[in-house]
Design a protein around this ligand. Structure first.
Ligand code: MN
Length: 186
């Protein structure tokens, strides 16, 4: 089901831009073969690949993982099923991307011993993190800081960054992504 949602969103976004698979591949740095497999629901992207697609298309993450309906409520609240693209991080949408606010919000969790490394997002992207339970390791450049339940941090996400869990307990945190005003519609 997630596979088909992502496939439909990718096909729609590509069709609207009139991009061939080759063009989309150039822009996202994701191979043409992989993009084709995602569109045919033959494979789902890892979180890292999903971000590359989002960045190339100038789309928020929720535009790719949420089912889109004709009615576009302002400030739409959507609660998706938990999304696990790979074993490193799981998430579900709390608020999908809002074009007025230029932000989206997710509930995320990372299992013990796992780490999700992210490439730099689009210039100007800022992330807020609020740890709900457990302890989060946040990696920024060469720094590594631990945040415990109740603690929060805001950082520039247009640099390489990572989220990890070095404890024996699952860490749950909320993640708000603020985009500069250059995000496109699906
Ligand atoms: Mn990120």
């Amino acid at each position: 089901m997630l596979k088909s949602i992502i496939a439909n969103n990718l096909k729609t976004a590509r069709a609207k831009r009139g991009w061939s698979l080759s063009r989309a591949s150039e822009i996202t740095s994701v191979s043409k073969a992989m993009l084709g497999q995602i569109e045919r629901e033959e494979s789902s992207p890892t979180m890292a690949v999903l971000w590359k697609i989002a960045q190339g298309f100038a789309l928020p993450i929720s535009a790719l993982v949420e089912r889109h309906t004709a009615d576009h409520m302002l400030g739409a609240l959507r609660t998706s099923e938990e999304i696990a693209l790979d074993d490193n991080i799981q998430f579900h949408t709390l608020f999908s991307y809002d074009p007025e606010l230029n932000s989206e919000m997710f509930a995320m969790s990372i299992k013990p011993g796992k780490k999700h490394q992210s490439n730099a997002h689009t210039q100007g992207v800022i992330e807020d993190i609020v740890v709900i339970s457990g302890t989060l390791d946040l990696y920024l450049q060469d720094n590594h800081t631990q945040y415990k339940a109740g603690q929060s941090v805001r950082f520039s996400a247009d640099q390489a960054h990572g989220y990890g869990n070095s404890t024996k307990e699952v860490v749950h945190f909320h993640n708000i992504i603020h985009y500069p005003k250059l995000i496109a519609a699906l």
